[in-house]
Ligand binder design. Structure first.
Ligand code: BGC
Length: 384
C-alpha cells in the first residue's frame, strides 16, 4: 500500500504490480482540513490512520491476518537515516503541525496505527519526487529525474554514490537524491526576487524559507500576481485606481484564476472580466485593464517555467547528461494544467542548453506517480 501526504489531498492507494511495467491501483482521496494542517501532529496522524482504516474496510479484499507493508510518501524536508526513518526538518506548503519538527514522522504515524490496532507496517518513507521517479522508471527504466510542479516544487535524480559525501558504505552504485531544491538560495544571493515576491514571502508562514519554491510553485504564483496588481491599482494604472475587498484579501487571487485568464482568447477577454468582476468584485474593468492583468499573469507564469528549467538544466549539466536522451517525469497541477507551462519550460531549456541538447530532453506527465512509486519502494524494502 501507499499513502501520499503533502499535496492538496491525502491519498491512500493499494497497488498490484503485474510485471512488464504494468500495474493496477485502487485509490481514495481524503481532504485534509486547514485545522489538521496546522494543529497538533498527533491529530493529523490519527486522521491518516483513520483514513487507512476506512480504506481497508471499504476495499476488504486485503487479508487482515498478515501485516500490510506501506510506503509513506511524506513530501516535506526530512533527514532520512534509513529506508523507514525520517526526522522532519521543517514544514512547507502551508502545513504547520505542532510537535513534529525534529521528530521521526514514521514513528509518530506507526504509533497511531498501533493505538488503533491497524495491522500496517511503514516499510519506507518516500519523497513525492522520488516516488514519481520510481513509478515512471517502472515503465521507462531510463527515466532521468522525478519532478513535482504542483502546490510545491522539488526534484530528484540519480547520483554516483562516490560523490555522496555523507555516504560511507560501498560506492559502486547510484543513489536517488531528494534535492529539496525549493530551499535553494535562502540567503537571497542569486534568485531575482522582486518586491512582489518579498511581500508574499513576508506574509507566508515560513518566512525566508523555500524561496525558489515560492517563485515556481502553484501555491504562491497567484499571490505574487495579486501583489503586482495591487501596486498597479495604487499607481492608478489599473481599474481606475479602485480595488475590492476580495482582491485586497491576502491569497485571494488563486493560481487557477491565472490559468483561466491565460487561456482566455475571447475578443473582449470576457472570461477575465468574469473573474475580476464577478469573482473578485472589482466594480468595473476596461479591455485595457484586462489585457494588463493577462500580461501580469503571463509574466509570473513564464518566469516560473523558466526558473524550473534552470534547475533541470543544472542537474543535466552536473550529471554529464547534456546532449543525451533524457526523460524527465513530472507530476503536479501546474505542469498538467497551467497553459503553455511545458512549452515555456522547453523554450527556456533551449536557451540554456541549446536547441540540439533540448531536443533530447522529454518532459513526460507522470500523473499521480508517487503512490505507485512509494508502493514499489515499500515492497522492495519489505522483501529485503
Ligand atoms: C517539499 C518537498 C516536496 C515538494 C513537492 C516541497 O515543499 O519540501 O519535499 O517534494 O514540496 O511536493
Amino acid at each position: 500500500m501507499a499513502l501520499d501526504l503533502g499535496g492538496t489531498n491525502l491519498r491512500v492507494c493499494h497497488v498490484t504490480l503485474l510485471g512488464n511495467g504494468e500495474h493496477t491501483i485502487r485509490q481514495q482521496k481524503y481532504v485534509v482540513s486547514e485545522e489538521l494542517k496546522t494543529g497538533p501532529m498527533r491529530n493529523l496522524c490519527d486522521f491518516i490512520a483513520d483514513c487507512v482504516d476506512s480504506f481497508l474496510t471499504e476495499n476488504g479484499t486485503i487479508d487482515s491476518d498478515s501485516t500490510i507493508q506501506l510506503g509513506y510518501t511524506f513530501s516535506f524536508p526530512v533527514l532520512q537515516t534509513s529506508i523507514n526513518r525520517g526526522v522532519l526538518k521543517q514544514w512547507t506548503k502551508g502545513f504547520n503541525c505542532s510537535g513534529a519538527v525534529g521528530k521521526d514522522v514514521t514513528i509518530l504515524l506507526q504509533d497511531s496505527f498501533r493505538r488503533k490496532n491497524i495491522n500496517v507496517n511503514i516499510a519506507a518513507i518516500v519523497n513525492d519526487t522520488v516516488g514519481t521517479l520510481m513509478a515512471y522508471a517502472y515503465k521507462h527504466p531510463d527515466t532521468t529525474m522525478g519532478v513535482i510542479m504542483g502546490t510545491g516544487f522539488n526534484a530528484s535524480y540519480y547520483e554516483d554514490m562516490n560523490k555522496v559525501k555523507k555516504w560511507t558504505g560501498k560506492t559502486d552504485q547510484e543513489m536517488v537524491i531528494n534535492m529539496e531544491c525549493g530551499a535553494f538560495d535562502c540567503e537571497r544571493r542569486v534568485l531575482p526576487l522582486t518586491v512582489y515576491d518579498n511581500k508574499m514571502d513576508r506574509e507566508s508562514i515560513n518566512v525566508h524559507q523555500q524561496l525558489y519554491e515560492k517563485m515556481v510553485a502553484g501555491m504562491y504564483l497567484g499571490e505574487i500576481t495579486r501583489n503586482a496588481l495591487i501596486e498597479l491599482i495604487d499607481r492608478q494604472l489599473l481599474f481606475n485606481g479602485e480595488s475590492s475587498k476580495d482582491l485586497n484579501k491576502i491569497w485571494s487571487f488563486e493560481t487557477a484564476y491565472m490559468s483561466s485568464i491565460e487561456v482566455d482568447e475571447t475578443e473582449d477577454l470576457c472570461d477575465t472580466a468574469h473573474i475580476l468582476e464577478s469573482v473578485l468584485s472589482i466594480p468595473s474593468t476596461t479591455l485595457a485593464d484586462r489585457q494588463i492583468v493577462k500580461k501580469v499573469c503571463n509574466a509570473v507564469g513564464v518566469r516560473a517555467a523558466r526558473l524550473a528549467s534552470c534547475h533541470i538544466a543544472g542537474v543535466l549539466k552536473h550529471t554529464g547528461k547534456v546532449g543525451q536522451d533524457c526523460i524527465i517525469a513530472i507530476d503536479g497541477s501546474l505542469f498538467e494544467f497551467y497553459p503553455k507551462f511545458e512549452k515555456n519550460m522547453g523554450t527556456a531549456l533551449a536557451a540554456i542548453l541549446g536547441e540540439q541538447a533540448r531536443s533530447k530532453v522529454k518532459f513526460d506527465l507522470a500523473r499521480d506517480g508517487s503512490g505507485l512509486g512509494a508502493a514499489i519502494i515499500a515492497m522492495i524494502a519489505a522483501k529485503n
